[in-house]
Ligand binder design. Structure first.
Ligand SMILES: [Cu+2]
Length: 722
């Protein structure tokens, strides 16, 4: 087992830092029959906390200017503990807070952010949505643009200019899936060019960082997900335990076992504004899996920004929804007559697109909006929880984007009707051989294997929410082999499956249409895992893992393999091998600064994926079902007249998007699913833009030097297994 992947276990329980280790040691002791100390010490306190709500209320005093300046920040990243939703667990925090500090700047400014890594694992920070034109090496992706910042006090200063863009962004770790442990935060860029203006389009603005939250660390989850036994018996991405709004959630502590420390949270983030003001919420989904629905009781939402593109959006929505890595701005009109009233803001996870759900899940994170008559009343605000009711619309269904055509950029940019070339990233789930990583079974083959091994107890059922019901158990209906594009035009059912522990399938009674289906038995919980007796719920997921394999995602039949100390970018510059290793990394090369199409295809029959392309604006010119075959491409309707441009787009099951982009930002740019667990399972490729220009890059010595500090063997792959 790699120490680098399992930070909670890399320190012994007899460490002199028992507070930091409270959770891990307590759980380990509880899970170990050899120990005679089942009761943990209940006196330890968390050492990291949610960001202060007021920090994310943007000040009208911020000088929006076109006079560039350099802004410097320092991030101290530590292993801490926190009880963000009440449940005390190890976390990773920036300057002791989750989410991290607000970065606020103007278009044209230069940012210099010094990251000090006090953890015992490597770290990188990515600046999500930024062009990084001329600074590819500051993109912050382990194994792509840099080697990790060394643990135990290593540091690196990211330096880049914020040229040509403004809006709502985020930053987050791009090393393993450490983002899910707390390393993310908001990054806001203002500009005099921004078509959205304070005191005209809105009066107040607040950043809301939404994230799903887990009671195990990302290292524990990834370690087990990428094992033959799986995490809770499955290679599928986990369901979360709770949701956070600006770092605060409200898990029900009565579900905690005696070995766990939980202090009920009853104080969601609160914001007090003048009744009658228009309030802009800058929503950021910094989660690892959950698509979020956001709403404010009794207030409709006007969408004005999608990722960092100001838009004319759908007005008067009850809810807006956003997937991992996406951002929206929504504006509400408060009423003067509501002075003195309080309203709930709700961020609710859509668990319908998950393979399984913990029974103790708390789906909603709350915020409180209080309205006062004038600013002098701010200190006299009621402390009571609101009594308002949620909209009655049901929160159910597939995780898909807001209708693309309903989001029209305010600053127009049309794209050419033809392109000089195209490339594709075609993603699907499969099972990689542990002893021969070059081979894998497709999803369809795994279904056949399961039927052969255990035909009597494998029941295949359908999902009544999909219109095209399919009740046959013919495995050819389980798409994902990518050989028959016609199959992919059908919406296929989710699959029943069997959790398997140590090679022995367990039978599982299974029904759709019920939100929660208890599983009879949990076996072999990983160390440090939840020991709640409430169990978990399975609603679908991949077929049973064939023996000798682990579940992985494949792009163009290649599951991403990261070599942290051999960044792809360094290989493309003088001294490197001069090419991307195509057996480790799916890649598409755009040689010139011209317009190309990128087909983002999802052959996964059951799951939608938020695809994120680094650096370049994705212009969404078309969407279709099935594979991007010549016939299917000929049948879609293209929109080249001011299409929506954004940086993260959700591709539904058995579907594709046609992205038109201008290859004018040279570099090696990762393209990946922003579900952190899927990225950890190999869902990534690289877009190489203008390799001839990359050959002339002068990568700063500070970046190159990070590779000298390697703490593991060169062939340590990340985030997978050794
Ligand atoms: Cu995904």
């Amino acid at each position: 087992m790699s120490q680098a992947k399992m930070w909670p276990t890399s320190i012994s329980c007899s460490s002199i830092l028992p507070i930091l280790l409270w959770y891990y040691c307590a759980a380990f002791i509880a899970a170990s029959p050899l120990h005679s100390h089942p009761h943990p010490d209940h006196h330890h306190q968390p050492s990291a906390f949610a960001a202060h709500p007021q920090e994310y209320v943007l000040s009208p005093g911020f000088q929006i200017s076109d006079q560039p300046t350099t802004r410097r920040y320092t991030f101290n990243v530590t292993q801490s503990t926190a009880a963000l939703d009440g449940f005390l667990r190890p976390v990773l925090a920036i300057n002791g807070q989750i989410p991290g500090p607000l970065i606020e700047a103007n278009e044209g400014d230069r940012l210099e952010i010094t990251v000090l890594n006090y953890m015992d694992i490597g770290l990188t920070i990515h600046w999500h949505g930024l062009y990084q034109n001329g600074s590819n090496w500051e993109d912050g992706v382990t194994g792509v643009t840099q080697c990790p910042i060394p643990p135990n006090g290593g540091n690196y200063t990211y330096k880049f200019n914020l040229d040509g863009q403004f809006g709502t962004f985020l930053y987050h770790s791009h090393h393993q899936n450490l983002m899910a442990d707390g390393i993310s935060g908001p990054l806001i860029i203002h500009s005099p060019r921004d078509p959205l203006k304070r005191y005209r389009d809105f009066d107040q603005e607040v950043v809301l960082v939404l994230a799903d939250w887990y009671h195990n660390t990302s290292s524990e989850i990834v370690e087990h997900m990428l094992s033959e036994a799986g995490y809770f018996g499955t290679p599928a991405a986990p369901g979360a335990n709770s949701a956070l709004m600006n770092g605060v959630g409200e898990w029900n502590c009565s579900a905690a076992s005696r070995a766990q420390q939980c202090q009920q949270v009853n104080s969601p983030p609160e914001f007090t504004f003048k009744a009658g003001d228009k309030i802009r919420f800058r929503l950021i989904n910094a989660g690892a899996h959950a698509m979020f629905f956001y709403s404010v009781d009794q207030h409709t939402l006007n969408v004005t920004e999608a990722d960092a593109t100001g838009v004319y959006g759908p007005p008067a929505l009850h809810r807006v929804w956003l997937h991992n890595g996406q951002r929206y701005s929504v504006v509400i009109n408060t009423k003067e007559a509501d002075a003195g009233k309080s309203f709930y803001m709700r961020a609710t996870m859509d668990s319908d697109c998950w393979a399984w759900v913990p029974n103790d899940i708390q789906l909603t994170a709350f915020g409180i909006l209080r309205l006062v008559k004038d600013a002098s009343q701010l200190t006299e605000v009621s402390q009571a929880r609101p009594t308002t009711q949620d909209w009655s619309d049901e929160i159910l269904g597939d995780c898909v984007d807001l209708e693309t055509s309903s989001l029209v950029p305010i600053i127009k940019r049309s794209v050419p009707r033809s392109v000089v070339g195209s490339g594709r990233f075609q993603a699907g789930f499969g099972f990689q051989f542990i002893n021969n990583t070059a081979e894998h079974y497709t999803r369809a083959e795994a279904v056949i294997i399961a039927q052969q091994n255990n035909a009597s107890s494998l029941s295949l059922t359908t999902n009544p929410r999909t219109e095209e019901l399919n009740t046959t158990s013919d495995p050819s209906n389980f798409l994902g082999n990518g050989t028959d594009p016609n199959l992919l035009t059908k919406r296929s059912p989710l699959q029943a499956w069997l959790p398997r522990a140590h090679g022995k399938p367990e039978s599982l009674v299974f029904a759709y249409g019920k939100r929660q289906v208890p599983v009879g038995q949990q076996q072999d919980l990983p160390p440090g895992n939840r020991t709640s007796e409430l169990g978990i719920t399975r609603t679908g997921g991949p077929p049973p893992t064939p023996i000798g394999t682990i579940g992985k995602f494949f792009l163009n039949n290649i599951s991403w393999t990261t070599y942290p100390y051999l960044p792809v970018l360094h290989d493309l510059t003088p001294g490197g091998v001069g090419a991307v290793n195509g057996s480790n990394v799916a890649n598409v090369v755009y040689p010139t600064a011209e317009w190309y199409d990128l087909y983002l295809a999802n052959i996964d029959p059951a799951g939608s994926h938020p695809y994120h392309v680094h650096a370049m604006d994705m212009h969404i010119v078309g969407e279709g079902r099935g594979l991007p075959t010549p016939e299917n491409l000929a049948n879609i309707t293209y929109n080249t007249d001011n299409p929506l441009r954004r940086d993260t787009v959700v591709v539904p099951p058995a579907s594709f998007h046609v992205i038109r982009l201008r290859a004018d930002i040279p570099g090696a740019w990762i393209v990946h699913c922003h579900i952190g667990w899927h990225l950890a399972s190999g869902f990534a490729g690289v877009l190489v833009v203008q390799p001839d220009v990359i050959k002339g890059f002068q990568i700063p010595q500070e970046n190159l030097d990070l590779c000298k500090a390697r703490v593991g063997p060169l062939d340590t792959i990340e985030p997978g297994l050794l």
